[in-house]
Each structure stands twice: as C-alpha cells, then as structure tokens.
Design a protein around this ligand. Structure first.
Ligand code: MN
Length: 363
C-alpha cells in the first residue's frame, strides 16, 4: 500500500516511543469510522505501549454508535468538557488525528490543535490532506476507511517491531497467536470491525480487496461480528424506523433528471423526537431506485443544513458537494453545508436551492 512506507512506520514507531502523553483526535459528528479508529489507536497506545493516551472528540458521539468506544477507555468530548479537551491537546507530546484531513474538521478543537506544540500525525483516507500541518502523514483515498489504514499500520508497526517499549505486538497478539488472540487485541479488532461495518454500510460501499482481507483476518482472530451486527443494526429506537418510513413515503422527491432529494426540517426532527445519528443510511435509499443516480439529504441544524450526497458510478457526489454545498469528500459519497444567511434567506428556501442546484448539475 502506497501510503504506508517503511520510513513512515519507523518514524511513527519512534514518535510513539518518545512520547508519554498522547491525544487521539477525531472529527465533528463522530461516526463509526472516527470512533472505531480513535478507539483502536487509543487502546493500542495504552495496552500495548503503556502510554497515557486519551481520545479527544469535538462532539459527544450519538447513542447508536457510542458503544464502539469500549467502556473505561478515556474519552473527552469538547461539547461537554471544552477546557479539559483543549488542555489535553495542549499538554500532549503526541497528537494523532484520524478520519479527517485538516485541523478545521475538528471544529471546537481547531485552536488547540493549531496551538499545540505536540508532534502531530495524520492517518486519513480523505482527499487533499493538510500535510503541512503534520509531522507525519499516512494518507490514501484508495482504501475503505481510516480504520482500515490504521489496521495495516498497526500490523506493520508490530511486525517490524520498531515501536520499542511495546510489551507485545498487536500482530502477534491478534494474528499470530496460536492459542487465540489476547483480550486486549480482540478489543482493538472489535473497534476496527465496528467502524468498518458502519462506514462501509455493512460492506456495500468502498470495499477494496484489502477491506475484505482485513475483515477475514479479524473474524479469524476471534472478533464476534454477529454480536456487533446486533448492536449496530438491531438496536434502534422505534422512532428511527418510523422516520425512515416517513421520509421515503412523504419526504423523498425524485426528479426527472435522475436526482432525488430529501429535507429533514427542524419541524420533522421535533415531530419524531429525532436523535443524532438516527437518519444514518437514509441518504442511500433513493439510490436503490433504478433511474436515480444522485441522492441528496439535507438536515436542518441551527443556522445551516447538513448536506449528505451519494451517487452511483459515473455521477460525482463530490463535485456537487464542492460546487453547491461548501463541501467535498469521495467521488460517490460526499458532504457539505447550506448556510441560512449567506446561501439562502431562510430555511424555507432550501428546497428551491437544492432543486436549482440539481437541475444545473444533472444537465
Ligand atoms: Mn468519518
């Protein structure tokens, strides 16, 4: 894999070795990938390298994915404990940022990230990483997710045994152990598998040969995928199932040009008492219609709408997000925002804005 070089692994090994206090940072609205990758990294640093490592997130994770962070693993959330979260980043001698390509994606933590004198490492799969902000970067879009990139890094780190100070290597504990993997290695594997499953929409999107290889190795090493599937897909509140039905029946608009859009207004969110993360996956559903090539989901959030875009091969979700929604992402899965004030006068104008954007974009 291009992103992982011998030199990079050597350098990461020595950065870890020479650090004591580590902050492991993820992005706003932390999803399965952010939580799976930060948890796995933090577990590795604590249990295999003996470091004082803590996860630091800009926002408390939604209920439906919060289980990915194992109980007892230290995690600071800026929205609940801003001072402590910032101090942790400022006092750390090593900061590892996962699943987001630049400081601004950590929102409330951005100032602390900029001010921190710590050595900084980026492990991320998004396009255009802000390489100048970091001492060491592992980045490639040719991979399913940050936690998959982390998995291959952890294996390399361990196999090459250059992260001295690690009592046992992850690779030998998780993959090479003849008597089965040790519990702390399985914990890392479980966090990685949870992130992998949610982020690929249960292996429907962004699946590379290496993704399935990783999944296969994790299952072989003793990660209980069935238990994870129960937690991820069979533990919703009734409201989640009802709003998904409502949006498909009443909320989805399918245009002649092959685009579809849905708008979850504040009013709808209140009516269904919607919680963060409960419309996860909704944006993918219009793409199951044969003639739909592009799907856009808007969700009202204070002074803006959060925008998710998904597309089929040959239509660029990324270009739409870039051109009309101050965003970006991957070719077929992207996101952005529509601001009330700068972009539209009030929330009611969102629908017209989206329709116009889709009409010009789909020509
Ligand atoms: Mn993510």
């Amino acid at each position: 894999m291009k992103a992982i070089t011998k030199e990079g692994i050597m350098e990461l090994g020595s950065l870890i070795k020479n650090s004591a206090k580590v902050a492991v940072v993820g992005h706003m609205h932390p999803d399965g990938d952010a939580l799976g990758s930060t948890s796995a990294m933090c577990l590795y640093l604590r249990n295999f390298c003996g470091k004082d490592a803590t996860i630091v997130l800009p926002e408390t994770p939604a209920d439906n994915v919060s289980f990915i962070i194992p109980e007892g693993l230290p995690c600071l959330c800026w929205d609940k404990e801003p001072k402590k979260s910032e101090s942790r980043i400022l006092e750390a001698d090593l900061v590892i940022q996962l699943d987001c390509n630049a400081f601004h994606r950590t929102e409330g933590l951005q100032c602390a990230m900029e001010a921190s004198k710590a050595k900084k490492v980026l492990i991320d799969q998004h396009l255009n990483p802000a390489v100048e902000s970091f001492n060491l970067v592992f980045s490639t879009p040719e991979i399913s997710s940050a936690r998959e990139l982390l998995y291959w890094i952890l294996k390399e780190l361990s196999v090459k045994e250059n992260a001295e100070g690690c009592a046992t290597s992850v690779a030998s504990a998780l993959f090479l152990a003849e008597e089965g993997a040790c519990p702390s290695a399985i914990e890392i594997g479980t966090a990685l598998m949870a992130g992998m499953t949610t982020d690929t929409n249960n292996f429907a999107n962004s699946v590379f040969p290496s993704t399935l290889q990783m999944a296969s190795e994790l299952i072989a090493s003793g990660v209980d995928r069935d238990a994870l599937l129960q937690k991820i897909y069979n533990s919703y509140r009734e409201n989640r199932v009802r709003i998904m039905g409502y949006m498909q029946y009443e909320g989805m608009q399918v245009m002649e040009n092959g685009a579809a859009y849905m708008i979850i207004t504040r009013e709808i969110q209140n009516r269904f008492d919607l919680q963060e993360g409960e419309t996860e996956g909704l944006v993918n559903l219009p793409l199951t219609i044969g003639k739909v090539r592009l799907s856009v989901l808007l969700k009202e959030d204070g002074d803006h709408f959060r925008v998710s875009v998904r597309s089929k091969k040959g239509t660029s979700a990324q270009q739409l997000a870039l051109k009309y929604f101050h965003g970006g992402g991957h070719e077929n899965a992207a996101g952005g925002r529509l601001f009330i004030g700068p972009d539209i006068n009030n929330a009611d104008e969102a629908e017209n804005y989206v329709k116009n954007a889709l009409n010009s974009f789909m020509q």
